[in-house]
Design a protein around this ligand. Structure first.
Ligand code: CAP
Ligand code: MG
Length: 431
């Protein structure tokens, strides 16, 4: 019978990728009855030039565009992709290739895109963060410590006036940023433009009263033309950040908004809501470190990276890997978690640690991330026995204690707010 399939033409274990090839590390499990070689051939074929059967005609050019599965180690495989497969500066197209049909192939029982090593020639077509970590520190006039912020809680339900009041209390407790929750956009009880107007007034008041720089992560997530309008409204009101739920908004929208916001010299705070739909299963989906790489490449300035000690998934190794991908000039290789990545002129982005934190966990987060991060403590300040302002102060006192090398018990002797927080939550690690 004539040859029907040609998947194994995409496998060569003696192959050495060219310097300018894009290499992807996958975890894979063949379906029953499929050999590893047949499985990795399918991954390389379906994510580059192939299909399920041999074809009548094929242009000669196709040959040099074929991907090659070249390193199989247990259930991990590396696939090399010729650079010409990829349109310059087009992040959605990269995903359609290396994170598209292959997840649905019957011959592959489980598949996880762990990381991609992007060649310099590919990276140079992306702008990366507009502000980056240095730019944000300059904007906020915060030199050394982690930046701090909180989301008004309950997540949604406040009117714009109530929201702005909670924001003011958060700022007056010493926090830098007031963040909209991921599912707060412009609802009939808290319209975006109303919230911007009232938050602007109270930001100016808080800045005057504290002499500190105060800002907000106001959520512009919406259809893209509406996002443009909201970004402009923020800019016109002197805000220096915009928040986007980058996974639900989509890669194309984030790339577009990155250009708009960079023209406004505004930073992008990237919330990652919905990431756990595809990154928490260690056997299937996309890794958070790859999502972080993609978003730094496109140009978000800060991205949620997890806490390890809070209420949401992501252990210490994962959150530190994500932080490395976001911050380092060269991300070092790390087993089957990370491949080496040179970032060239692409600025670093802040990892954001948030989710189930309270004052007593702030030092733990600083142990994991160091100071080059943003720490959001939301329920952990609004649930303080003496309210938001006291909760923010307790968190700032915990952070100062850590920076002074003091225990929280010592610091609590001089901070009634920290003592009260310790009395309520102790060192609870919420689930
Ligand atoms: C945290 C939060 C953030 C999570 C997102 C929430 O609130 O506002 O959305 O941090 O998770 O809605 O849960 P709390 P991650 O501080 O009150 O938990 O940062 O892991 O993406
Ligand atoms: Mg939230």
């Amino acid at each position: 019978m004539a040859k029907v399939e040609w998947y194994t033409d995409f496998v060569d274990e003696r192959y050495t990728p060219a310097k300018d090839e894009l290499v992807v590390l996958f975890y894979f499990e063949p379906a029953a009855g499929i050999s590893k070689k047949e499985a990795v051939g399918r991954i390389a074929s379906e994510s580059s030039t192939g299909t399920w059967t041999t074809l009548f005609t094929m242009p000669a050019r196709m040959k040099r565009l074929m991907a090659t599965a070249f390193e199989i180690e247990g259930n991990f495989v590396k696939v090399a992709y010729p650079l010409d497969l990829w349109e310059e500066g087009n992040a959605p197209q990269l995903l359609s290739g290396i994170a598209g049909n292959i997840f649905g192939m019957k011959a592959i029982k489980n598949l996880r895109l762990v990381d991609a090593a992007l060649p310099k020639e590919y990276v140079r077509h992306f702008r990366g963060p507009g502000q980056g970590m240095e730019g944000i520190r300059k904007l906020m006039k915060v030199k050394k410590r982690p930046l701090t912020g909180a989301v008004p809680k309950p997540k949604v339900g406040f009117s714009a006036a109530e929201h702005a009041h909670i924001g003011y209390e958060t700022w007056m407790g010493g926090f830098d940023l007031v963040k909209d929750d991921e599912n707060l956009t412009s609802t009939n009880f808290n319209r975006f433009d109303e919230r911007v107007k009232l938050m602007t007034k109270l930001r100016d008041k808080a800045e005057k009263e504290t002499g500190e720089c105060k800002d907000a992560l106001l959520n512009i997530t919406a259809p893209v033309l509406e996002m443009e309008k909201r970004a402009t409204l923020l800019y016109e009101n002197g805000w220096r950040f915009a928040m986007i739920d980058v996974v639900v908004a989509g890669t194309s929208a984030v790339q577009h908004m990155r250009d708009i916001l960079a023209d406004y010299d505004m930073a992008i705070h990237a919330h990652r809501a919905m990431h756990a739909a595809f990154d928490r299963n260690p056997k299937h989906g996309l890794s958070m470190q790859f999502l972080a790489k993609l978003n730094r490449l496109i140009g978000v300035d800060q991205l949620h990276a997890g806490t390890a000690v809070g209420k949401l998934v992501g252990d210490k190794h994962e959150v530190q890997s994500v932080a490395n991908v976001l911050r380092e000039k060269v991300t070092k290789a790390d087993g089957n978690t990370l491949m080496r990545q040179e970032w060239g002129g692409i600025k670093g982005a802040f990892p954001v640690s948030s989710g189930g934190l309270h004052p007593a966990l702030v030092p733990d987060v600083m142990d994991i991330f160091g100071n080059e991060c943003v720490i959001l403590v939301s329920g952990g300040i609004h649930g303080h026995p003496k309210g938001t302002r006291a909760g923010a102060k307790a968190s700032m006192d915990a952070m100062q204690a850590k920076m002074d090398g003091k225990t929280l018990e010592e610091a609590a002797k001089k901070s009634v707010e920290l003592r009260q927080a310790l009395e309520k939550w102790g060192y609870l690690k919420p689930k």
